[in-house]
Design a protein around this ligand. Structure first.
Ligand code: G3I
Length: 376
């Protein structure tokens, strides 16, 4: 049971009364959507979309009702975009942009430079001699196609890996091996040149845990941002993927210090891919949903206290479509329940928890209100 404090109880009761007395008839007021609740604080609320959307009208309706920002889960990755070195397939990226425009949503691109989701021809075709040209051509063509229509791009994705033991903390990806650390600056400058209006983000996972490894990632990320900003590289923010694990160490002092430092640099922050893996939680659905909701509440309460956080996106909106079903299934074989809506598209305790946090956090700055203004 999500506890409402006295203020919220009164406002909820008042809404109830308003519902009962409207024109004397009993009209049930529709509770605000996550999109509306977020907008009330100048935030965007979004989610990742996959091709199943097109065969699922009720899910399209739920996304349109609840979200003001959408991001393709796979359509703008190299493996989907580029079936061959000289061939692009923009059908997915174009379709999601159309959906976003029709539903007055912002559109986020994911992702331009990553070590995963590389097409089968990549390893045998791209090398140190042509990697820069492949990257520049890719970014110019992909970002250029949607120039002026994007909220943001995840320019580089998951580039830190402490286990690779580099002093700069960078992951030993094909891009790093072929171009050196400069690949990061190359990517951001190319993306900005192709679309000066798009916000450009570095998207990273597992920056929140209170662990030595995450603390090292945070420190290396701060050094990276300071170096890029000193050289006037056009980077605007940090995407916190926020894939929370049921048995993972939660956000603590180190993460909050980190968010303060990121904010003090004038950078934007987004929660870019949130979900809560419920693998080690009990089988009982009521209990499990409550534990998942508490993770959403506790994490978002920490992050959204920072007014530089511009958007919250989950990685899928309903348990009907989550990567965790395949990648992190439960040992008992029960369907996973990581997202704000269940597989019947009903709101869960996690959705209530997000609403509660949105009601409690400070409104965003005028700058973020302006960035997040939606088309009429
Ligand atoms: O479309 C093919 C299908 O034709 C084929 O039959 C099937 C079996 O091989 O694979 C399908 O492609 C899969 C694709 O998802 C679409 O479902 C790929 O194998 C699979 O690797 C891919 O996984 C995605 C993964 O990124 C890699 O791109 C997940 O859905 C997606 O949720 C996940 O998202 C990432 C973010 O981009 C970055 N942050 C972490 C996050 C979770 O890993």
């Amino acid at each position: 049971m999500v506890q409402l404090d006295r203020r919220q109880f009164i406002s909820t009761a008042a809404m109830g009364l308003a519902a009962l007395t409207l024109n004397g008839a009993s009209h049930a007021l529709t509770p605000p959507s996550l999109r509306e609740a977020a907008a009330g604080k100048g935030l965007l609320f979004g989610t990742a979309l996959r091709a199943a959307l097109w065969q699922d009208k009720p899910y399209q309706t739920l996304v349109a009702e609840q979200c003001s920002l959408v991001v393709p889960e796979g359509a703008l990755k190299w493996d989907t975009l580029r079936p061959a070195p000289d061939r692009f397939d923009f059908s997915g990226g174009d379709a999601y942009l159309k959906f976003a425009k029709e539903n007055h949503m912002k559109y986020r691109g994911h992702t331009l430079v990553w070590h995963e989701a590389l097409p089968s021809w990549f390893a045998s075709t791209v090398n140190s001699g042509n990697a820069k040209k492949f990257m520049l051509d890719h970014i110019s063509k992909v970002v250029g196609r949607y120039a002026g229509q994007m909220y943001s791009w995840d320019v580089v994705n998951e580039i830190m890996e402490p286990h690779d033991r580099r002093p700069d903390g960078l992951r030993k990806t094909p891009w790093l091996e072929m171009l050196g650390p400069e690949y990061i600056e190359i990517a951001f400058r190319a993306a900005h040149e192709a679309d000066p209006k798009a916000l450009l983000f570095y998207n990273e996972d597992q920056l929140h845990p209170e662990t030595p490894q995450a603390e090292m990632m945070r420190q290396k990320a701060l050094l990276l941002f300071k170096d890029l900003l000193k050289r006037n590289v056009p980077i605007h923010g940090l995407g916190l993927e926020s894939h929370i694990f049921s048995n993972g160490p939660m956000a603590g002092e180190g993460f909050q210090r980190f968010l303060h430092e990121i904010s003090d640099m004038g950078l934007l922050i987004t929660v870019s891919e949130m979900d809560v893996c419920d693998q080690t939680f009990p089988a009982d659905v009521m209990e499990r949903d409550q534990l998942v909701a508490k993770k959403y509440h506790d994490y978002l309460s920490v992050v959204l206290q920072f007014p530089t956080v511009a958007a919250v996106s989950t990685w899928g909106l309903s348990d009907r479509y989550t990567w965790l079903s395949m990648h992190n299934p439960r040992k008992d074989g029960l369907p996973v329940r990581p997202l704000p809506f269940d597989s019947d598209l009903h709101p869960k305790k996690a959705s209530e928890a997000i609403h509660q946090v949105l009601s409690e956090v400070p409104a965003r700055s005028n700058r973020i209100h302006a960035i997040n203004r939606l088309s009429a």
